[in-house]
Design a protein. Structure first.
Length: 729
């Protein structure tokens, strides 16, 4: 092994996930720069490094120094310190401020930052706010480098170190040493396997209580992410044993009992023999409270009732120049006379027209009416359709900076009526938050399409309520003549009936096309051409704003990751600054999607936005969403996905002028009828299906649904029975 000593002149590549770097070094005794590759962990221009490794010749890039160990030191000269401090190492310090700091303190500048930060008052023009930011940023850098060094011994990268430091601060290393398994439950994006890697390296026994409990919690949370409200204890224990094969079933059952006794989970006795129902605290509370709230709503008197419903219906038709079908009239009467009502229907069946009539009638009776939807796009569409303000559910409930929603059981909304559109997207947690904030006297109207995919979150609220047969409902089935002209709607209904739409006749006026192609590479090429050339030319659409590709999967040649890479080359080839984080390269102008609820930023799972600026000095990225702006630290970029292409699941509640959908045998397990139906119904003006006819036929024929563990139907019936037995006061 060789040892070389030099100064970093340029950082050509750095992976925040692994720490792998490619740098150019000025090495003593060598006239030309040396390219060094390997784990360097946050290399900075100007930094002095001692590298151990060996020179090897790369077939494409020539001679490189492959590094196996790195010892870094800050530069000693003023010029080197200027480069080092101005390299983006410290948030808020660019080349100009780095020069001011060095001009003021010379080669003692790092000593001042570490030991005498109060002396920064000596720097000309440095105000108190920026001064405190620089002090805090330097402390973070020092802590991060120390933590990165600690984690690198376990082969874990800088991105994880940044997240851990943000969560635990200066106590980070102590927390990890005491209980590394905490990470899998407390750090977004950290799973059990990563925590277990640390635990094993730190000497935790195979049957350590912390390890077994963390494995059970991880498997339970995994089940919740798959859409379950709970998991049967037998299934949970057996799946955890596959994760931790060294653990016996007896040990895992004991660990499950400890979790229950400590209040970290909720265990409910099953009606049939053989174990328990295991919930997270949140899903247990939500499922029980949703059942209780709905039963109470149905049992309570109207706060405001519509007088003379039939006359009100006739007034709405005349005032709004509507001619409602008998189906729509029945649905409207239901929505203005029942405390809780559900209206369902597919595309082209008149849900929007019926909703206009319902809203007009209720708005004439009371001003205390709220229109909401789970996503911003759905809320905007609802507002445009009715002419009344509409919000997301999160916005209606208002998040408090102190934590939690402003409106809830202790501070209910002042409403007489609430209408919820896209109700198929309601998961058990959001439904609980909404119902808990409503006065019992308020009428609740749920409108949705029961044939769409279930919600991304846990539960199957709309399906459970329909299955209960306890809530008045009406399904709209008649397709309007105008809608019949749309082949998108024809295709959607064919899919719903189990018939493949591949042979629908296409002409110049069509809005639905199937393009047959078996080769994945050629499918990608055709998709790129459709998005970037053919559809914009035909419809006059902006491909960067109005068109989306919806894939069943994230991975593979026809998954969203690769499609985003290919589409990004054409739709946003910008040569400006970029940031590479969590396996994605973000640039100004990129369309992105938020993938988790972030109440602090007021952005939520499924929100689409555009990157408007990228500040390497501050290590921040700004995104404009439809009606709000958000700032992301580089360490938070795992909350965003590039969104030229997205999964069908994440597109629920959104509509786009044009949608392109790849379909191929490689999507195998995702080829389901509801998925294709949901994808097709996201398109408003144009839909292209591109791929294998056989894969399309298989998807349409496959009406199997993944079972979700939920007891809402049973609990609602139980709560209704309890109220019926209650004596009248």
């Amino acid at each position: 092994m060789d040892t070389i000593y030099g100064q970093i002149q340029k950082v050509n590549y750095f992976s925040d996930e692994s720490g792998f770097s490619i740098v150019s070094l000025k090495v003593q005794g060598r006239p030309e720069a040396v390219t060094a590759v390997g784990r360097l962990n946050f290399p900075a221009v100007g930094e002095l490094v001692e590298l151990t490794g060996e020179f090897k010749r790369h077939p494409r890039f020539g001679q490189q120094f492959e590094t196996t160990a790195c010892v870094s030191k800050p530069p000693q000269s003023e010029n080197g310190l200027c480069k080092y401090l101005g390299s983006g190492l410290i948030k808020g310090v660019g080349p100009a401020w780095a020069k001011r700091l060095v001009d003021t303190f010379g080669t003692a500048v790092l000593q001042v930052l570490e030991q005498e930060p109060e002396r920064l008052t000596e720097v000309s023009g440095l105000g108190p706010i920026r001064r405190e930011r620089i002090i805090e940023a330097w402390r973070s850098v020092a802590g991060l480098k120390q933590l990165v060094s600690f984690l690198s011994t376990f082969d874990l990268g800088p991105a994880l170190a940044a997240k851990i430091l943000k969560r635990y601060g200066s106590e980070a290393e102590a927390v990890i040493r005491e209980d590394p398994y905490r990470l899998s439950g407390e750090i977004f994006g950290v799973g059990f396997l990563t925590a277990d890697k640390l635990g094993k390296s730190l000497g935790f026994a195979a049957d350590a209580p912390e390890r077994l409990e963390a494995g059970l919690l991880y498997r339970l949370e995994e089940g919740i992410r798959r859409g379950h409200d709970f998991l049967p204890s037998v299934e949970l224990v057996e799946s955890t044993q596959k994760l931790i094969p060294e653990a016996s079933l007896k040990d895992l059952e004991a660990a499950l009992a400890r979790l229950s006794l400590s209040g970290k989970i909720m265990a409910e006795k099953r009606e049939e023999p053989g174990g328990l129902y295991i919930y997270t605290i949140q899903t247990h509370r939500a499922e029980n409270w949703v059942a209780k709230s709905l039963a109470a709503h149905m049992d309570a008197f109207f706060g405001k009732a519509v007088p003379r419903p039939q006359a009100a219906l006739q007034w709405a038709e005349k005032a709004m120049d509507l001619t409602l079908t008998e189906d729509q009239k029945e649905a409207t009467i239901l929505a203005i006379t029942k405390k809780v009502a559900i209206i369902t229907g597919g595309p082209g069946t008149g849900k929007t027209t019926m909703t206009k009539a319902v809203c007009a009638i209720w708005n004439a009776v009371t001003s205390k009416i709220a229109l909401v939807a789970p996503t911003g796009r759905a809320a905007k569409r609802l507002s445009q359709a009715t002419g009344l303000p509409a919000k997301t559910i999160h916005r209606l409930l208002e998040y408090s900076p102190a934590g939690g929603f402003v409106h809830g059981p202790e501070n209910r909304l002042d409403l007489d009526v609430i209408l919820v559109d896209e109700a198929s997207m309601l998961d058990i947690l959001l439904t609980n938050q909404l119902l808990g904030a409503l006065p019992r006297s308020a009428a609740v109207i749920l409108i949705g399409d029961q044939d769409q995919l279930p919600p991304v979150g846990p539960g199957r609220v709309l399906a459970d309520l329909l299955d209960s047969n306890l809530i008045p409902r009406k399904r709209l089935t008649q397709i309007f003549r105008q809608a019949e002209k749309s082949q998108i709607i024809t295709a959607a209904h064919l899919i719903n009936e189990g018939k493949s739409p591949e042979k629908l006749p296409a002409n110049t006026d069509s809005d639905f096309y199937f393009v047959a192609e078996e080769d994945p590479g050629r499918i990608v090429d055709k998709i790129v051409k459709l998005v970037c050339e053919r559809i914009p030319r035909k419809l006059g659409l902006n491909p960067a704003n109005d068109i989306i590709v919806l894939s069943p999967t994230r991975k593979g040649e026809l998954g969203t990751v690769n499609l985003n890479t290919q589409l990004g080359r054409y739709l946003n080839p910008g040569l400006g600054p970029s940031v590479n984080r969590y396996g994605q390269v973000f640039k100004v102008g990129d369309r992105v999607m938020q993938i988790r609820n972030n109440y602090t930023k007021d952005v939520f799972n499924g929100d689409l936005g555009r990157i408007t600026s990228l500040d390497p000095e501050a290590q921040e990225l700004r995104v404009n969403f439809d009606d709000k702006k958000a700032v992301y630290d580089y360490s938070e970029l795992d909350e965003l996905l590039l969104a030229w292409a997205g999964t069908v699941h994440r597109a629920q509640g959104s509509e786009f002028p044009a949608v392109v959908i790849p379909i191929h045998a490689s999507h195998h397990i995702m080829l389901r009828r509801k998925l294709i139906y949901t994808a097709v119904t996201r398109g408003r003006q144009m839909v292209f299906l591109v791929g294998s006819p056989d894969a399309l036929r298989r998807a349409v024929a496959n009406n199997v649904e993944d079972d979700r563990y939920s007891r809402l139907t049973e609990l609602l019936a139980q709560k209704v029975r309890e109220l019926q037995k209650k004596p009248i006061a």
